[in-house]
Design a binder for this molecule. Structure first.
Ligand code: AMP
Length: 440
């Protein structure tokens, strides 16, 4: 039960996206949607909660996400919960792909999403328990060019958000079903020789998933990783060629990358290409803006037909924090067009009908119906940043007119309501041009 202090705090690891933050959200959603639609992706929204085994089977029982970070949902008093808040987007989309027979759609099937994810991790800067991801998936193509296309779309999204000059792309291959087995075996026998030097977490990873040791940030594990076997040297011929073609495709596009032989990512379903975009100047674990990779076995593993796939997801809060850090100019939200001022009861009624007509015509408005004096309402118009105030007194209410006041110049004119739309349009355009000139 929450105590009184907790009642006044958002739960740990969550935050309120306040009105002043909304311009960032709007900017990111707009750029992201536009890019995805231009690449002819279709939007998909899946539930915020799913059956737990959807994730245990795909992300891997031994991954941090499944073993420590899932939020289980249960009805009070009922036994073992079998539902969890989704920790990531791909598994739900693969489930929906099979459930709705999307394998029968023309290939490639290209889907994008934007929504909240939930992980019960230790909250810290850039790490939340509820956070948003934007992402996409491409089903049905195993050609390396499909990986290049996925990286190109991810890169283009970050370019539209004006972040590409500060980030690097890291890339690696984890091999296919067959060579990945070989790689795990090789890594296990190598690390087994030095297991007493591994950090406690990697010590237990050794039996379960030796690949995860590669991206451990502990100095002692990193030194072992550096002098140990490299995944690329153990890829089968097909996987080597696949990686080579992806790199050639990136060269062709002029997208620079670092081949990082220890990049493995935290989810077990990846095969072959994995990639990640990181902030160049940030050495912390939270430097990853987004990442993705190929997962050629997942659809089949869930009982669907064998379907190669590749996807990407980025953290929206991390993007916002970088937009702020790099002072990316975010387009201003449209200014408030008109503030409606009423003096007297009749005028108050008029304000409501005028509000209806103005918003029907596409103008934005605000008003303070609890205030009566002209002076205080003009002050409000100023505080809300209105371009124009429309004043209705007793006389104006009777003869269907308004006093139009330009808030910048304080000039006033009386206008008949049936002529208002055109005059407002002209005055707002003039005001917009004047402010653009001032800003240039
Ligand atoms: P993942 O789904 O783990 O591949 O993560 C993809 C991206 O989501 C990361 O690069 C981060 O930008 C973001 N992300 C992952 N976990 C969190 C978290 N707990 N809080 C905020 N962002 C996160």
């Amino acid at each position: 039960m929450a105590d009184n202090n907790q009642l006044l705090q958002a739960p740990r690891g969550t935050y309120d996206a306040l009105p002043e933050e909304q311009k960032y959200w709007r900017f990111i959603k707009k750029k992201f949607n536009k890019r995805c639609e231009n690449f002819n992706f279709s939007r998909i929204d899946t539930p915020f909660f799913e059956y737990a085994n959807l994730f245990t089977r795909s992300i891997g029982e031994t991954s941090d996400i499944v073993s420590k970070e899932m939020f289980y949902l249960a009805k009070r008093g009922e036994g073992e919960p079998d539902l969890v808040l989704r920790p990531e987007g791909t598994a739900g989309i693969v489930r929906a792909y099979i459930e709705h027979g999307m394998q029968n759609l023309p290939k490639p099937v290209k889907l994008y999403y934007f929504g909240p994810m939930f992980r019960y991790s230790r909250p810290q800067s850039g790490r939340f328990r509820q956070f948003f991801q934007l992402g996409f998936e491409i089903f049905g193509e195993d050609d390396p060019c499909s990986d290049v296309l996925a990286i190109l779309l991810s890169f283009s999204i970050l370019k539209d958000l004006k972040l590409t000059s500060n980030i690097i792309l890291e890339i690696n291959s984890l091999g296919c079903k067959i060579c990945q087995k070989d790689i795990r075996k090789t890594l296990t026998s190598y690390f087994n020789q030095y297991k007493e030097y591994l950090c406690p977490e990697c010590f237990s990873r050794l039996a379960e998933n030796p690949l995860r040791i590669l991206d451990c940030k502990q100095q002692r594990c990193q030194s072992l990783v550096k002098s140990g076997p490299q995944i690329v040297d153990h890829l089968c011929q097909d996987c080597k060629e696949h990686l080579q073609k992806v790199l050639e495709g990136l060269d062709e596009l002029g997208i620079t990358y670092d081949l990082n032989p220890s990049l493995v990512r935290g989810l077990d379903y990846y095969t072959r290409t994995v990639f990640e975009f990181r902030d160049k100047a940030d050495e912390t674990r939270q430097s990853s803006l987004g990442g993705g990779g190929r997962y050629d076995n997942l659809v089949e593993q869930y009982g669907g037909p064998a379907t190669p796939a590749v996807g990407f997801a980025a953290g929206v809060e991390r993007i916002i924090s970088k937009l702020k850090e790099y002072q990316v100019k975010i387009p201003q939200v449209k200014k408030l067009d008109v503030f409606l001022i009423q003096i007297g009861d009749k005028a108050k009624k008029k304000v409501i009908t005028l509000a209806r007509d103005l918003t029907d015509q596409g103008f934005s408005f605000n008003c303070c119906l609890g205030k009566d004096s002209l002076k205080s309402q003009l002050r409000s118009a100023d505080k809300f940043g209105a371009t124009i105030a429309l004043i209705i007194g007793q006389r104006e209410a009777l003869d269907d007119s308004v006093i139009l006041r330009n808030m910048l110049t304080s000039s006033q004119q009386t206008v008949k309501i049936n002529k208002l739309e055109n005059i407002l349009k002209k005055q707002l355009l003039k005001a917009k041009q004047a402010s653009e000139q001032k800003n240039n």
